[in-house]
Design a binder for this molecule. Structure first.
Ligand code: F6R
Length: 238
């Protein structure tokens, strides 16, 4: 199924989605073991990461690039997105090289610039592995967001604060973050957008059906080399 360049695959459920995503990622890593991979945290990709670790995949030459981090949060903080990425993806898969967003740097803008330079030195992103925010954000590129928005500090929207609160069991969600830029995401040679659950149905419909708009940042993926993997619950009647 295609939608103006975006390829959509609908899977029966979250488990089937994770298996399919793992198949695709495994294929890309085998083809290019030195892949640069932009890695989402959040709930959606976790089953995919678990599925990947079950496979005999050598990811030791992959460079994992952090997608986002809460502003002011260091790696010892239980809410660290780097900590989440390390536990769920980097360590289980034996990834050795990472490019991180330093959200505790005295100058966050400068930290973003360093991150951009590191990614550029790597030749950009080969594969962006993303989840879909309830407000259409990718990473923490919150609406409204233009396609040329760079890696930068952002303020989280109330919707993101609410969805992220579910991760941290009563801990306050930081109100700011550093996010990999929309420009970097849209420049990825290939993107995999994972969408699971009925609560994503409305925003997935807007992502795929509305004309690309700053109000739904994920809609900028239209026309890029993107595969959307959605489970039936998220796909609904689309
Ligand atoms: C996570 C991230 C976010 C999530 C999105 C979906 O690093 O950048 O954009 O991918 O909010 O989150 P889940 O998967 O928890 O629904």
């Amino acid at each position: 199924m295609t939608d103006r360049g975006v390829n959509v695959e609908v899977l029966d459920d979250a488990e089937a989605l994770a298996r399919r995503a793992a198949d695709l990622i495994e294929g890309v890593v085998r083809e290019k073991p030195t892949l640069s991979l932009l890695v989402a945290t959040g709930n959606t990709p976790l089953a995919t990461y678990t599925e990947l670790t079950r496979r005999n995949l050598d990811a030791s030459a992959v460079t994992a690039v952090q997608l986002d981090e809460y502003l002011g949060v260091g790696e010892d903080d239980p809410r660290s997105l780097w900590g989440w990425m390390r536990r769920a993806f980097v360590e289980p898969l034996g990834v050795r090289k990472v490019i991180r967003l330093d959200a505790t740097a005295p100058d966050p803008v400068e930290a973003c610039r360093r991150f951009e330079l590191e990614v550029a030195a790597l030749g950009g992103i080969d594969l962006a592995l993303l989840g879909l925010g309830p407000n259409g954000h990718l990473g923490f590129n919150e609406p409204p967001c233009l396609p040329d928005a760079g890696t930068r500090p952002v303020t989280l929207t109330p919707e993101s604060l609410a969805s992220n609160a579910a991760y941290w069991d009563g801990l306050a969600v930081p109100t700011g973050a550093l996010t990999a830029g929309m420009d970097l995401i849209l420049g990825a040679r290939q993107t995999l957008l994972l969408v699971s659950g009925a609560h994503k149905r409305g925003i997935l419909a807007r992502t795929l059906q509305e004309s690309p708009t700053p109000e739904v940042p994920a809609s900028w993926l239209r026309g890029t080399n993107t595969t959307v993997l959605a489970d039936r619950a998220a796909w609904g009647g689309l």
